[in-house]
Write a protein that binds this ligand. Structure first.
Ligand code: AOF
Ligand code: ZN
Length: 358
C-alpha cells in the first residue's frame, strides 16, 4: 500500500478534478502491475496496473489507494476491470466519498466474490486525497499557502525589491510544491511587482498547474509574462464584478479565462473565490502571496497547510510584511497553527504548519 500511495503521488497536481490514485497488483509475493491516475484524470490507476499484469492478475491481490470506482464515466468502472481480470482480493486505503462511488465500489467487488480489506494506511491516504475529499465535501480545493520571509517576516524592501530573499535550494523546494498542486495562485500586487511565470521548472515535461491571479479589476500589465504566455499555460483571472468590459475582452483575447467573484470590503471574497475554483475542478491550490491575499485567506480560516521559508535577513518595519493587516484584536482571535515539519534548505529554514485542532 505504501508503494501504491507513492505511485499515486506521481499524478498529484496533474489529474484534477480526479484524485491521484495509485495501484499495485501483487501475485505470489511479486509485483506484477503498477499504475497511477493519468494526467487529466483518465485512465484511472487500476486498468493501467491490470494491463501491465495481464494474465498474472488472475488470483492476484490489488492494492489501491482509494476505493475502486463503480460508476460508468468516460471509461468503464474499475470494479468491472478488476472482476474481469479475475483479481482474488482488493486492499483499499480509504472509501471514495464521491457520491457516484461511495461504498458501491466495495459492494460490487464483494458481490463478485472478491475479498475486500479497507483502512490500510488510511491516514496517509486521507492526507494525499485531502484536496479531492475537501472538494467533494465542501466544494473548495485544499489550500497550501507559501511564504518566503526574512527573519522579521518581511517579503520585500520598502522600495519593493524582493528577489531573492531565499536561496536556490528553497526555490527548488517551492517548485516541487508547485508541481504537486493543481494551481498556483497569487494576488494582483504580487503579479504586478514580481512579473512571475508561476510555472514548474526543473522537473521535466509535465502538465503545468493552472495560474490563478486574484485581481479585483484585472489591471495587470499586458506585457507581463503571465499575459504573454496565457495561451501556453492556462491563466485564470478571478476578478470582481466591476471590471471594464474592454479589459476583460483584451485578456480573453490573450487566452486568459475570466472568473467573476463577489467582492467583500473591497476585496475578492476568499470563500466565494475558492468555491469558484472548486467549481472549475481544482482540488489543490498553492498560494504564493502576496501579503493581502495571504491575510484574506488566513482571516477566513482557509489555509489548510502553511509552508514558511525563512531566510537570514532582517528588513525592519519599513519592509513589506508577508501577511497584510488582519485586524486581529486579541491573541485568542488569532489563527493558531500546529508545527508538522522543519527542514533546512541550504541556508534557509523550511517549516510546515497545519490548521490547529478545532
Ligand atoms: C478509481 N481509480 O485512479 C481514480 C478514481 O470522471 P471519471 O469517470 O474519470 O471518474 C472520476 C471519479 O473516479 C472521481 O470522482 C473518483 O470518484 C474516482 N477516481 N477512481 O477507481 C482512479 N482517479
Ligand atoms: Zn476507476
Amino acid at each position: 500500500m505504501a508503494h501504491a500511495l507513492a505511485l499515486g503521488r506521481r499524478g498529484m497536481g496533474q489529474c484534477w478534478p480526479n484524485p491521484a490514485v495509485g495501484c499495485v497488483i501483487v501475485k505470489a509475493g511479486r509485483v506484477v502491475g503498477r499504475g497511477w491516475t493519468a494526467p487529466g484524470g483518465r485512465p484511472h490507476a487500476e486498468p493501467q496496473a491490470l494491463a501491465q499484469a495481464g494474465e498474472a492478475a488472475r488470483g492476484a491481490t490489488a492494492y489501491v489507494s482509494l476505493e475502486p470506482c463503480s460508476h460508468h464515466g468516460q471509461t468503464p468502472p474499475c470494479t468491472q476491470a478488476l472482476i474481469t481480470a479475475g483479481v482474488a482480493r482488493v486492499v483499499a486505503a480509504v472509501p471514495d466519498t464521491d457520491p457516484r462511488v461511495s461504498g458501491k465500489g466495495f459492494a460490487a467487488l464483494r458481490a463478485a466474490g472478491i475479498a475486500v480489506t479497507t483502512g490500510v494506511l488510511a491516514e496517509e491516504a486521507l492526507r494525499d486525497h485531502a484536496g479531492f475529499f475537501l472538494r467533494v465535501a465542501q466544494g473548495r480545493p485544499w489550500v497550501t499557502l507559501k511564504l518566503a520571509l526574512t527573519l522579521d517576516g518581511r517579503i520585500a524592501t520598502a522600495s519593493g525589491e524582493s528577489r531573492w530573499i531565499t536561496g536556490p535550494s528553497a526555490r527548488r523546494a517551492v517548485h516541487a510544491l508547485r508541481a504537486c498542486h493543481d494551481a498556483v495562485m497569487v494576488g494582483a500586487g504580487t503579479a504586478r511587482a514580481d512579473d512571475p511565470q508561476l510555472t514548474v521548472r526543473g522537473f521535466g515535461e509535465r502538465r503545468q498547474p493552472v495560474r490563478v491571479v486574484v485581481s479585483r479589476r484585472i489591471d495587470l500589465p499586458l506585457m507581463s509574462q503571465l499575459a504573454q504566455t496565457a495561451r501556453a499555460v492556462p491563466v485564470w483571472l478571478c476578478h470582481g464584478p466591476d471590471t471594464r468590459a474592454g479589459l476583460a475582452q483584451t485578456w480573453t483575447g490573450l487566452g486568459a479565462r475570466l472568473i467573476s467573484c463577489p467582492v467583500d470590503a473591497g476585496r475578492v471574497d476568499p470563500v466565494a473565490l475558492l468555491q469558484a475554483l472548486g467549481r472549475e475542478g481544482l482540488t489543490r491550490v498553492f498560494c504564493e502571496g502576496g501579503g493581502q491575499l495571504a491575510a484574506s485567506l488566513l482571516s477566513a480560516d482557509l489555509v489548510d497547510e502553511l509552508h514558511v521559508f525563512t531566510a537570514g535577513l532582517v528588513l525592519g518595519a519599513e519592509g513589506h510584511p508577508g501577511v497584510g493587516a488582519m485586524g486581529i484584536p486579541t491573541l485568542a482571535a488569532a489563527p493558531r497553527l500546529q508545527l508538522v515539519d522543519v527542514v533546512t534548505e541550504g541556508s534557509d529554514i523550511h517549516h510546515v504548519w497545519r490548521r490547529g485542532e478545532a
